[in-house]
Structure formats: structure tokens, C-alpha cells
Design a protein around this ligand. Structure first.
Ligand SMILES: [Zn+2]
Length: 369
């Protein structure tokens, strides 16, 4: 058996790839890999996520749905600091790595059942899933918060997905999306283990682009946790396979307002804000279902967590743009966190560092001063 899908809490195995949580205890599912990473098995002429197709055995190659995602540029900022431009994926964010994997694995199963997929999101994941569903000829229903607006919402609609507006909290939107309806298959990106699993490709890519000599530190924004957990899983796979000698230090970056991981990781109390007013509007998971799994994984790989203030986010956002990198404010928090640690003397400029820029600036609703 090349891989297994098991409950993260009670270890019950699941063979149906459509399952998104444990039917016994309700906890999230994980993908467990039972094979090593081999450099010789990379499809060298394929410059997408699918150059690593051999390491995603749950996908049938004839059923791959791709828009050319992955193999994003790694651009040098200064002598030893690099940006990984995930903002240049087909729908403008790293989520396309998860969507290509998820939709490639499931579209035939859903079509055979005469069904459609549902997802809850107001932003990047909704747009990404809608795009890959469109590419696969699959119907998609995206559940969004009632007050949603802006470029991401337009993008979801242009891809042809049906939009259902839900009033109330963000978790109410998720509940509605999961509610059983005839023909509906919920593939929510936060819970579905195959979405997270697609993000493994980002770790493979960073390692390969550095010729398997991984950076000392990687900064990445964290909200629901799919990016963090996917990247950890990829680097762990490479380390276990003996392809890389050391693990990079993964630095989870959060805003002061939305920082449940930072607080739990540091054993500090966290008070959920009444309203989220941060300009980092893609980071809204105040109570993420994967929180305990994130804390466990981040401790296991000896990672770190940092929070940044609103003024630090705006400064970093503008500074990036002035350097030619137009990203979402939510992406700029990783750069803000890097600058903060540098200023505090926690790290050195000489350390090989990667800052992941997750989403494109054209998605922001901010106006220039
Ligand atoms: Zn379970």
C-alpha cells in the first residue's frame, strides 16, 4: 500500500477518498505515505506540480486536472534571502496546489455519482476550487459569508460556480456547506486531507530549487493551517527519505488579531477579537479545526511562531510593492515577521531564508494613499 488515509485522533483508516472527516470521532483525517521520495522519479520536463506526480499515488495520471500550477519562481531579494512567488499560481494564490490535487483525485468519482462539489470560502480557496471545477467540467457550489465582496468574490463567479450567501459567523458558512443535499459532495479545503496533501509539492519545489540544500528558515502566513501542515509534511517526507539532511526552521506568521496558533504554541491565553479589522483579510481563522494538529506538528519539527502588528503589516505590504512585489496584505505578514525578527536580533541576514508570498496583490481591496 503506497499510502493510507487515517483519522488524526483514533487512527481509523478510510479507503473512500471522498471522506473529509472521521465518521467515528469527527476529527480530521491525515494522509500517511508509505514510500520514499526519489530524485530519479521527478518528471524533469514537467514544470508544474505534476513533475512530482509519482509522489501522489492517489491520482490517476489520465485524470489530472491542471492549469499549470506550481514551479513558481524563487527570486533573490538580497544575498541570502529569497521570495517564493506563490502569488503567480493560475488563480493568484498557493491554494492551486491543493485544488489541483483534490479535484484531480475526485472529479471522476463525483461525476460517476452524478453529483457536484461544495466548498466554503470567501476568498482564495473558493476561487481556486471554482477554477479547477470549471476545468474539470464539474459543478461547484461555493458557500460564502453574507458580507463578501471584492475581487475574490468576482473571481469565484466568473469561474461559473454557484454562490450561496450565508449570514452569521464563518463557522455557520462551513456548516451550511457541509449540510447534506442530494448529489452534494463536500470537499472543503480546510478539512479535506487531499487539499492539504497537495501543498507537499511546495516543500519539494523549494528543496529542488536549492538543489536539495534547504534554507535555514522559511516564513509563511498561517490561518486555517493548510499551508503550514502541507509544507511540514513535504519536508518531513524529504528528510525521512534521506533526500535532505536537515529540516528548515518553519516560522508560522500570524496577525495579532488572528493568532490562535501563536498563542497556543507559546502557551499563552488567546482572546478571540469581536471583529476582525486587520488589512490581512485572508487570515480569519480564529478557531481553526486543525489547531491542535498544527501545534503538535510545529513542535515536532522545532518550528517557531511570530505575530505582527497592523502597522508592521502595512509597512511590509507597501515596502514589497515598492520593490516590485505586489502581493496581498495577508502575504506581506511573512515579510513583516522576517523584518521583525531581524530587527530584534533573533536572526541573521546571512542565514539562507525563504519568505513565501502566498497571494497576488490584485486581489486586495485597499486603495493607494
Ligand atoms: Zn476518528
Amino acid at each position: 500500500m503506497a499510502f493510507e488515509i487515517k483519522c488524526s485522533a483514533c487512527s481509523q483508516p478510510f479507503s473512500n477518498l471522498l471522506n473529509y472527516k472521521c465518521t467515528t470521532c469527527g476529527q480530521p483525517l491525515n494522509v500517511k505515505l508509505h514510500f520514499g521520495f526519489e530524485i530519479g522519479k521527478i518528471r524533469k520536463k514537467d514544470y508544474t506540480v505534476w513533475r512530482y506526480a509519482e509522489f501522489f499515488p492517489h491520482v490517476k495520471k489520465a485524470e489530472i486536472i491542471t492549469l499549470g500550477e506550481g514551479w513558481t519562481p524563487l527570486v533573490k531579494l538580497s544575498h541570502n534571502v529569497y521570495f517564493k512567488l506563490e502569488s503567480l499560481n493560475p488563480t493568484g494564490s498557493f491554494k492551486d496546489r491543493g485544488s489541483t490535487l483534490l479535484i484531480s483525485t475526485l472529479h471522476e468519482l463525483v461525476k460517476k455519482a452524478g453529483g457536484y462539489i461544495s466548498e466554503d470560502s470567501s476568498g482564495n480557496a473558493g476561487a481556486s476550487i471554482a477554477a479547477y471545477a470549471a476545468r474539470a467540467g464539474l459543478k461547484a457550489k461555493i458557500y460564502v459569508p453574507e458580507n463578501v465582496s471584492g475581487p475574490k468574490f468576482n473571481q469565484i463567479q466568473f469561474y461559473g460556480a454557484k454562490v450561496v450567501k450565508v449570514s452569521g459567523s464563518r463557522s455557520k458558512v462551513a456548516d451550511e456547506a457541509q449540510k447534506s443535499e442530494e448529489g452534494k459532495f463536500y470537499v472543503g479545503h480546510i478539512l479535506h486531507p487531499l487539499f492539504r496533501d497537495g501543498i507537499r509539492s511546495l516543500a519539494y519545489e523549494i528543496a529542488e530549487q536549492f538543489e536539495w540544500l534547504v534554507p535555514k528558515r522559511i516564513y509563511l502566513p498561517v490561518s486555517a493551517g493548510t499551508l503550514l501542515l502541507g509544507v511540514i509534511s513535504g519536508f518531513k517526507h524529504l528528510a525521512k527519505s534521506g533526500v535532505i539532511e536537515t529540516m528548515p526552521k518553519l516560522v508560522a506568521c500570524q496577525t495579532r488579531q488572528v493568532s490562535p496558533l501563536y498563542h497556543k504554541f507559546k502557551n499563552l491565553p488567546y482572546t478571540i477579537p469581536e471583529r476582525i479589522t486587520s488589512i490581512a483579510d485572508a487570515l480569519v481563522s480564529v478557531n481553526p479545526p486543525l489547531l491542535d494538529i498544527m501545534v503538535k506538528n510545529l513542535k515536532e519539527v522545532e518550528g517557531d511562531a511570530v505575530i505582527v502588528e497592523e502597522d508592521e503589516i502595512s509597512t511590509a505590504f507597501v515596502e514589497l510593492a515598492r520593490k516590485g512585489f505586489f502581493v496581498e496584505p495577508s502575504s506581506a505578514i511573512a515579510y513583516a515577521a522576517y523584518k521583525k525578527q531581524l530587527k530584534d536580533g533573533d536572526i541573521s541576514e546571512d542565514d539562507k531564508t525563504v519568505i513565501i508570498l502566498t497571494g497576488m496583490g490584485l486581489k486586495t481591496m485597499l486603495k493607494p494613499n
